[in-house]
Design a protein around this ligand. Structure first.
Ligand SMILES: NC(=O)C1=CN([C@@H]2O[C@H](COP(=O)(O)OP(=O)(O)OC[C@H]3O[C@@H](n4cnc5c(N)ncnc54)[C@H](OP(=O)(O)O)[C@@H]3O)[C@@H](O)[C@H]2O)C=CC1
Ligand SMILES: CC(=O)N[C@@H](CCC(=O)OP(=O)(O)O)C(=O)O
Length: 319
């Protein structure tokens, strides 16, 4: 084992996002797993559940108070919403300060935490080691709106459709394949957490209407933007191309992207740019894999930056 390897602990590693993180860490040249936690899989071998991981590690189920003693350099919290603070408090109480990346919504409104959506907030990082990872829809919404946010005549309206892995593994209507068959399930049509999150971080009000669909992974956000003056389609598209020039994980397309093409991919796609006849309304379509750019891949970008290595290490970015 190379001594320069940083050790990662994943708390909530049985879940969909935890499993994706195990894959990314397994492929990483500078990271190794210190521990992966799951109450349900306690004692079982990791390689029995995540084939990409090769090693002897088994899942364990430490209580939050036991986490600091496990001595990870980086701790990823992949727990349901509302569960992060007991872990964070345990590190505070023990006087330990690993890099903590929280995948839940718990710290997305806390100014003491860095909100890590690198393509939009990279310049705001001040060396914080507490990083709040954005929500999946909130990532797609912000990437869709950011290039035009200063020329809008009204709040953007975003229609979202997610695969059901977005609803995690705790059984509910939103991840029940029986109830989703031949169905599109609307929910939280006003006031969704990601509506508040995107509004807060863009600094403008955003309206968001989520739905969940029968596919497993990948989401689409279709956003209607009213513009304060007429634009030509090529000018809008050029604005997006400029905004994301050099971004390896954001691709600006001509046509509207399809969710079926983004499953398993690490980047987000933006396209469509359908203009109204008067040039004062544009519709932008975004897709991303909610478990990757919407969660684990974005967390890996944030971890890489926090430990001072290339942001894309271990993330496949081939075109
Ligand atoms: N799924 C997605 O697309 C995205 C999810 N997120 C966020 O990431 C986090 C994880 O999501 P996801 O992987 O989908 O969730 P899952 O439901 O798939 O996994 C949750 C994990 O937490 C553990 N867990 C569940 N309940 C508790 C509890 N009460 N106390 C301690 N551990 C618990 C589970 O393991 P065990 O029960 O075995 O201990 C499991 O490992 C959530 O906050 C989610 O909002 C963010 C972006 C996208
Ligand atoms: C389909 C589905 O249910 N999706 C989840 C979003 C997943 C996510 O990013 O959640 P957090 O903001 O909690 O991290 C939802 O709408 O709550």
């Amino acid at each position: 084992m190379a001594t320069s390897m940083k050790r990662v602990g994943i708390v909530g590693a049985r879940g969909h996002t935890g499993a994706e993180l195990i894959r990314l860490v397994a492929a990483h040249p500078a990271l190794e797993l210190a521990y992966v936690s799951s109450r349900e899989l306690d004692g079982q071998r990791v390689d029995a559940h995540v084939a990409e991981y090769r090693g002897e590690l088994r899942y364990t189920a430490p209580a939050p108070a036991g986490l600091p003693a496990l001595d990870a350099d980086i701790v990823v919290l992949a727990l349901p919403n509302g569960k992060a603070s007991e872990c964070v408090d345990a590190f505070d109480a023990a006087g330990k300060q690993p890099v903590i990346v929280d995948l839940s919504a718990d710290y997305r409104f806390d100014p003491r935490w860095y909100y890590g959506l690198p393509e939009l907030t990279r310049a705001k990082w001040r060396g914080e080691t507490r990083i709040s990872n954005p929500g999946c829809y909130a990532t797609a919404i912000q990437l869709s709106i950011a290039p035009l946010k200063d020329v809008l005549a009204a709040p953007p309206v975003c229609f979202g459709v997610s695969g059901y892995s977005g609803a995690g593994t705790t059984p509910s209507d939103k991840n029940n394949p029986e109830k989703l068959r031949d169905n599109l399930m609307p929910y939280s049509l006003t006031g969704h957490m990601h509506e508040k999150e995107a509004s807060r971080h863009l600094g403008i009000p955003v309206e968001f209407m989520p739905h969940v669909a029968p596919h497993f992974r990948g989401l689409t956000v279709t956003t209607n933007l009213y513009l304060s003056r007429p634009y030509k389609r090529e000018d809008v598209q050029a604005l997006y191309q400029r905004a994301y020039a050099g971004e390896k994980l954001v691709r600006v397309l001509d046509e509207a992207p399809w969710v079926s093409r983004i499953a398993g991919q690490h980047h987000a796609e933006l396209g469509g740019f359908a203009m109204s006849a008067d040039g004062k309304r544009v519709v932008v379509v975004a897709t991303l894999d909610n478990l990757l750019k919407g969660a684990a891949t974005q967390a890996m970008q944030n971890i890489n930056r926090a430990i001072g290595i290339d942001e894309y290490t271990s993330i496949p970015v081939d075109r």
